[in-house]
Design a protein around this ligand. Structure first.
Ligand SMILES: *[C@@H]1O[C@H](CO)[C@@H](O)[C@H](O)[C@H]1NC(C)=O
Length: 93
């Protein structure tokens, strides 16, 4: 494990399952230990690929800008647990 995804989501759509995602990727390993990336955006969880903006970061990710592409790898209807792959494209100083 290199870090943790921390945040919350809210239901924010009338006609499909669309979430408002507010999430930090907090790193705990290597040169990015203590740094984080912040993502805020709309997530239509049943779409194949979803894109959300990277709106900032801390530590080595100060002034970060970019986007993530998320795709669901596995979804357990019984527990509600999902394994989601995030590809993160980020520019920072
Ligand atoms: C990450 O940083 C914390 C706080 O400085 C430190 O306690 C921890 O040992 C560091 N972890 C690694 C893997 O270097």
């Amino acid at each position: 494990m290199v870090g943790r995804a921390q945040g919350l989501y809210a239901l924010a759509s009338q006609e499909e399952i669309g979430l408002l995602m507010v999430m930090n990727f907090a790193f705990i390993e290597g040169k990015y230990n203590g740094s984080s990336i912040s993502v805020l955006g709309r997530n239509t969880v049943f779409s194949k690929a979803r894109e959300m903006p990277v709106i900032g970061g801390s530590g080595l990710f100060r002034f970060a800008r970019g986007y993530v592409q998320a795709s669901t790898h596995k979804f357990d209807l019984k527990t509600g647990d999902a394994i989601v792959q995030y590809n993160v494209y980020v520019l920072h100083y």
